[in-house]
Design a protein around this ligand. Structure first.
Ligand code: ADP
Ligand code: ADP
Length: 228
């Protein structure tokens, strides 16, 4: 069954803007799913509905087989849904290790336990991130990796990446793609948002294209249907 399923989701803002007009989307466990659309297509609104920032106006959201309506973003996070925005809210004056465990519960672990878990997470990521470097000294690409580690440390089953590579070099983008593929192979699902279909197709064949709040292309659902 899908990890996340949206069915006929609409979102109409109080000012009358119909940002989503019947969006259905399925993300399989451990898959990499792309979400593409031009400015104003509804990508941010859709992410906000998925992450519990906005309730949908109509339609349903199913997470791990159960219909959910998130009370707030914290509820979605605790259920295993992480969102990484282009502007990553890391604390520049803290180390990588401190940032990774900053989110809920991290400081309940012993220092030794945290180091061991950090080493495990870096191993899963497959990209060498040093624990004791200050985040303020890292490149944008490395900060993306730290944000991914943070999501893994929080127990994310689905990581929503909101145009993460918009300010990355080509080389850094490759590294982020490699990490996403590798983690997906280990069972973590990704929903990867981009303006560019070409970029998404470099990463995955499972793509939903939004235009004016509607799905105009949905590749990959057919494969999911065959499996289920
Ligand atoms: P909600 O009731 O779902 O929180 P609101 O209409 O109250 O949505 O808007 C939330 C925020 O988005 C407000 O700060 C608002 O100013 C801002 N906003 C309003 N219109 C737009 C728009 N067209 N594009 C982006 N943001 C907007
Ligand atoms: P994208 O992320 O694809 O650029 P958005 O989801 O931000 O698209 O916006 C979709 C439409 O909804 C746009 O017309 C935008 O102006 C409008 N919109 C987004 N947020 C709000 C809001 N809070 N209030 C009113 N309109 C909004």
């Amino acid at each position: 069954e899908p990890l996340l399923e949206l069915t006929d989701v609409t979102k109409t803002f109080p000012n009358g803007t119909r940002a989503l007009r019947g969006v259905s989307l399925r993300v399989a466990p451990g898959s990499v799913h792309g979400l593409v659309g031009a400015n104003g297509a509804g990508k941010s609104t859709l992410i906000k509905v998925i992450a519990g920032v906005h309730p949908p106006t109509t339609g349903s959201l199913t997470w791990q087989g159960a219909r959910r309506s998130w009370r707030d973003p914290g509820a979605a996070r605790r259920a295993g849904l992480a969102t990484i925005h282009q502007h990553i809210p890391l604390v520049e004056t803290l180390s990588v290790l401190e940032n990774v465990f900053l989110d809920r519960g991290g400081f309940r672990r012993t220092p030794v336990g945290r180091r061991e878990e950090f080493a495990d997470l870096v191993e899963r990521l497959g990209y060498p991130v040093e624990a004791d470097v200050l985040v303020g000294d890292l490149s944008i690409g490395a900060r993306q990796m730290v944000a991914i580690l943070q999501a893994l440390a929080a127990g994310a089953e689905l990581v929503v990446m909101d145009e993460p590579t918009a300010s990355l070099s080509e080389g850094e983008r490759r590294l982020v793609f490699d990490a996403v593929r590798r983690l997906s192979g280990q069972g973590t699902a990704f929903l990867y948002i981009s303006h560019f279909l070409d970029e998404i197709l470099d990463l995955t064949g499972q793509v939903t294209v939004l235009r004016d709040g509607r799905v105009v292309l949905d590749r990959g659902t057919a494969e999911l249907d065959e499996e289920t």
